[in-house]
Ligand binder design. Sequence first.
Ligand code: UDP
Length: 358
Amino acid sequence: MKILTIIGARPQFIKAASVSREIAKHTSLEELIIHTGQHFDENMSEVFFNEMDIPEPKINLGIAGQTHGMMTANMIAGLEPVFMEHKPDLVLVYGDTNSTLAGALAAVKLQIPIAHIEAGLRSFNLQMPEEINRILTDRISKYLFCPTTTAIKNLDNEGFRNHDCDVIFSGDVMQDSAIYYNKIADEKSTILSKLGLKKYILCTIHRAENTDDLQRLESIFEAINTLNQELDLVIPIHPRTRKIIEQKKIKCNAVLIDPVGYFDMISLIKNSELVITDSGGLQKEAFFFKKCCVTLREETEWVELVEEGFNMLAGFDKENIITSTHTMLNAHPDFNVNLYGNGHASQHIVLHLLSVLN
Ligand code: UDP
């Protein structure tokens, strides 16, 4: 059975690493990886394939840096002939990027079943391009693998039980990656000594709603600069955010570094005092490594983290970010709760696919 996996952005490489390793254990499954090219810098793409032993993509479409509509359209146009040539039994897509939606649309038009990993997540904010991608991909997928019980509930509320699809609780594949690479990261990462880091807050910012709104971005950096007077802030900065802060000459006193590979990222999370982020994946990874998180958004798809007191939504208001950071630096929640399955999500997914494809 042939599976075509469509990936293109950093979080998808991290999710695919665990699932691809699991697929490779079954000789009846053949996986071909297609990279859309959405993320292309060495430190946004290649480093993950090398570090995490992700099989080399069969094809890289090289589609990046365009408007959302143009990018999605070009990806569909690029993927369709690939699907027609390889005739997969299944197309596998991850998360909520333009690559996810393009892969799903190209597949459904050719009547190829789609498996969506990280299905059912909702922020209920249609201003986010990711929310549109999630909803549409879920609607046309055949196998919806949900990382949380909230995701299952979301799909129930949208009537998915009446659709011709399987809604499955799988747990979170990012948790599989966090568990698998944890020890390897300890051995391989040198980032802490390289940067001379001891006590610090780890911070990432890249969501369009923050970077594309100058007032918001300035407010976030004002909070960062204030907090940085108390505790070092380290920011592996996304290329898009770097470009904007340089163009708009936004002041930043924190330690700005280029994006890091996954091993360095694990080490930076594990040894931090706290995580401040607008990333989806990083909110969960903070929890996996028993760190509290302040989220630079008004809402999150990972509501259980907020409900259980591991995460605080601070939005973009300077004072709110500072107060939330102080609150979370003093919070000591009990991290021994199971929110994302048992750490075998990838195995669960692959066994399910084997049973339905056979
Ligand atoms: N990440 C990384 N290096 C970095 C920044 C992030 O390896 O410099 C990882 C992070 O640990 C997480 C994933 O990239 O696994 C999250 O990606 P991103 O924040 O770009 O996307 P999102 O999760 O918001 O979709």
